[in-house]
Design a protein around this ligand. Structure first.
Ligand SMILES: [Zn+2]
Length: 290
């Protein structure tokens, strides 16, 4: 607004509201188990209709992993954050998938918006998982992906958003707890969530190691518990380097998405705040809503 007058100009009733960033470290997770896919894909230059349904066993496995995740995230972070997991079984079919060169097919926010939006609107989630199955070895069905079992670093209207993909074979132990083969079956959930934390800090110019850089710091993928040690040191900032310890800054546990509910308790910014502060606040709000 430009006002050209002689004398003094007043602006009255000029208010800027700032959504209050939630400062607690209790994170609210949604796990949407999307049991049915019925979509059209392109494969070898041909269009193919493909229908895949999860088994009861798949669903049980994911429920168990989601429950393990609650304890695991508290332990790995040394109780710097807690996780409350809400599980939803989605019966309606996913009808579209997204595609990119790097990952092949995956589920983006728009592919599931119709299926999840009512629930998302009514709840204050801080992170959303979409769990899918993209193939069935016994029925020779397969939606092409480039080797991923989890995809992260995405968002759903500002809320961290990840895909978890069950294996095409029911016999796989990737997500199943077994004391002799896999004691960390919730690893993919942890990994994808950490990508969201990594993104939150990188967007704020923190200098942190890349989540995938474990080899550079001499961590390895262990037979029974995968990269658990790496995630623990990453979350607790205990990765040892010649310049001291590195990892996620503890600030990250209270940087949660700005949600509508935050506006219920919004505070009016002091009119006389430095413009820099006002822009800082607004910048933060809009950068989250993509
Ligand atoms: Zn990753």
């Amino acid at each position: 607004m430009t006002i050209t007058v002689n004398g003094t100009a007043w602006f009255s009733n000029f208010e800027i509201e700032s959504g209050k960033l939630e400062k607690n470290s209790e994170w609210n997770f949604a796990v949407f188990i999307c049991e049915n896919i019925n979509t059209t894909i392109e494969k070898d230059g041909k269009t193919e209709n493909i229908k895949i349904n999860m088994s009861k066993e798949d669903i049980n496995t994911i429920v168990q992993d989601s429950q393990r995740f609650e304890n695991t995230i508290a332990n790995l972070s040394n109780n710097q954050m807690s996780a409350n997991v809400n599980i939803y079984e989605v019966k309606d079919e996913i009808k579209t998938l997204s595609y990119d060169e790097e990952n092949g097919y995956y589920v983006s926010g728009k592919d599931v918006e119709e299926l999840i939006n009512d629930v998302v609107q009514k709840n204050n989630f801080d992170h959303i998982y979409i769990v899918v199955r993209f193939g069935d070895v016994s029925e020779k069905k397969k939606i092409p992906v480039t080797d991923w079992i989890g995809l992260g670093y995405m968002d759903y209207y500002g809320i961290g958003f990840s895909n978890i993909r069950l294996p095409n074979s029911t016999g796989s132990y990737t997500y199943k707890y077994n004391p002799n083969s896999n004691t960390f079956p919730e690893e993919v959930f942890v990994h994808e969530f950490l990508h969201s934390l990594e993104r939150n800090l990188i967007e704020r110019d923190y200098n942190i190691p890349e989540l995938h850089s474990y080899r550079d710091y001499n961590y390895s993928n262990e037979k029974l518990e995968g990269l658990k040690k790496w995630y623990m040191d990453y979350m607790q900032k205990k990765i040892k380097t010649s310049n001291g310890y590195i990892g996620l800054d503890s600030d990250v546990y209270s940087i949660k998405p700005v949600k509508e509910s935050c506006f219920e308790y919004s505070t009016k910014l002091d009119y006389f705040s430095e413009p820099k502060t006002i822009f800082g606040e607004i910048g933060k709000l809009f950068s989250k809503v993509i």
